[in-house]
Design a protein around this ligand. Structure first.
Ligand SMILES: [Fe+2]
Ligand SMILES: [Fe+2]
Length: 198
């Protein structure tokens, strides 16, 4: 597969040649493994938090669109959740780029290509984060803090934000899943060889 077909938003999973450890340690066997205690569990919990937040944000936007009504805290709550998600992702990617990915590449050089793919994902996700942050500012300003049936401009503002979130969510989910397929089997395999690794 070339760079274009491996791009986030185009690919459906990592290429088979990068899945040799994932075949030894399939996803269904991960949870509760002693080799994941510490770094692995903490890191999966971060990913679960991001998945939960994007689902919650998309759910709040769907509820607003379906009811056609906004509440006093609808806008501020969306702002808090989106800030939490985007701030968390920014910090998480920084740690991955500067600490985890270099260490994992040293531990398993055969997966270098996989970490290059994930690094490219981070750049693409950060462009999407900028778009999402800008649309959030604009849409939530238009939504305001009123209560009751939304005006047409408030509905358009919510639609615009929902459209950006709907484009962002599958990119984020795919990235998290592929990253886990690369990293969790690597941690489990290293922990099997050296119980001190994790
Ligand atoms: Fe990542
Ligand atoms: Fe991650």
């Amino acid at each position: 597969m070339d760079d274009e077909t491996l791009k986030l938003g185009t690919r459906a999973g990592l290429p088979e040649e990068l899945m040799f450890l994932a075949r030894q340690h399939p996803r269904g066997n991960w949870r509760g493994q002693p080799g994941l205690a510490g770094t692995g569990e903490f890191w999966l919990a971060n990913h679960d938090y991001f998945r939960g937040m994007i689902q919650r944000i998309a759910g709040s936007l769907s509820a607003l669109r379906e009811s056609g009504e906004t509440g006093f805290d609808s806008g501020p709550a969306l702002q808090r959740h989106i800030n939490g998600l985007l701030g968390g992702l920014d910090g998480h990617h920084r740690v991955e780029d500067h600490h985890y990915f270099p260490a994992f590449q040293r531990a398993e050089p055969r997966l270098l290509r996989g970490f290059e793919i994930l690094d490219a994902d981070h750049h693409l996700i950060h462009d999407s984060i900028d778009k999402l942050a800008a649309t959030t500012r604009d849409s939530l300003q238009r939504l305001g803090q009123a209560e009751g049936v939304m005006t047409s401009d408030q509905r358009f503002a919510v639609d615009a934000l929902a459209a950006v979130v709907d484009r962002f969510a599958p990119l984020l989910r795919q990235h998290l899943a592929d990253e886990e397929d690369l990293v969790i089997p690597l941690i489990l395999e290293r922990a099997r060889q050296d119980p001190e690794f994790s």
